[in-house]
Ligand binder design. Structure first.
Ligand code: NAD
Length: 260
């Protein structure tokens, strides 16, 4: 497939996990990429993998903290300066935070998780939507979570921020449809990335792999999702093929969120 020929796509959290997997799928379809992350090391790793797939892919790396609005404006301005437009935006960077009961969660931890997962997504939408509205075209995929559509437990900051991402998605989708821009969210279940390894280490310590085996017994498909499976979904949702899909939250979780 070649759905991203001459298309400019920004990916945040591109240095690892789901952002990296989506970047590789987009590169395989000839996108011009702007890869954003806090970790320059992660960005360089993704760039290397992108160039291994397609050596003439145009890539701009931007080290930025999505919780800092000036830095977000910076990656949007850098994109427009280099490429003159933004066709698609995977607004994905996020963290889990330390797991704890609500009373023990900690105000600082709550504010940290919300500032990255929710404020960061809002800043990204705010600055990218201005460009897309002027263009009269564009698509955005925000990363929510199963934790954004149901209660998971021990994740006050994560749950609040991801439910917030769902709300932002629905609100802006209603506003920007008339300007030719579609906005959707994905709600991944447990996909095996460094974040999920970190989460399992919080549960099982060094024996996190056993904790993982126990964890997936509750999934209808009895396994973790693979980052590339999320990459395929994101590429479809960002492509012109998905233009009339607007305001939805698409679970990718093996059916987990439908299970009682
Ligand atoms: P990951 O830890 O592998 O990758 C996240 C990337 O985001 C890292 O490269 C990290 O450096 C970057 N990042 C973190 N904070 C940042 C900041 N302030 N500014 C810029 N970059 C920052 O995690 P992942 O599993 O790929 O998660 C990606 C997104 O998917 C997150 O929003 C996460 O909440 C969401 N998600 C993941 C899962 C899963 O099972 N993996 C499930 C549901 C939702």
């Amino acid at each position: 497939m070649n759905r991203f020929e001459n298309k400019v796509v920004i990916v945040t959290g591109a240095g690892s996990g789901l952002g990296q997997a989506a970047s590789l799928q987009l590169a395989s379809e000839n996108a011009k990429l702007v890869l954003v992350d806090l970790s320059l090391e992660g960005l360089k790793e993704t760039e290397e993998k992108v160039l291994a797939i397609s050596s003439n892919t145009e890539v701009l790396l931007v080290k930025a903290n999505v919780a800092d609005e000036e830095a977000v404006k910076g990656y949007v301005d850098a994109t427009v300066e280099k490429y003159g437009k933004i066709d698609a935006f995977f607004n994905n960077a996020g963290i889990e935070g330390k797991q704890n009961l609500t009373e023990d969660f900690g105000t600082d931890e709550f504010e940290k998780v919300v500032s990255i997962n929710l404020n960061g997504v809002f800043y990204g939408m705010k600055h990218v939507l201005k460009v897309m509205k002027d263009q009269g075209t564009g698509s955005i995929v925000n990363t929510a979570s199963v934790g954004g559509i149901r209660g998971v437990g021990n994740q006050s900051g994560y749950a609040a921020s991801k439910h917030g991402v769902v709300g932002l998605t629905r609100n802006s989708a209603v506003e920007y449809g008339e300007f030719g821009v579609s906005i959707k969210a994905i709600a991944p279940g447990a996909i095996m990335t460094p974040m999920v390894e970190g989460s399992l280490r919080q549960i099982g310590g060094d024996d996190w792999e056993s904790a993982g085996k126990e964890f997936v017994k509750g999934n209808p498909m009895r396994r973790f999702g693979k980052p590339e499976e999320v990459g395929y979904l994101v590429a479809f949702l960002l492509s012109k093929q998905a233009d009339f899909i607007n305001g939805v939250v698409v679970p990718i979780d093996g059916g987990q969120s439908y299970k009682y």
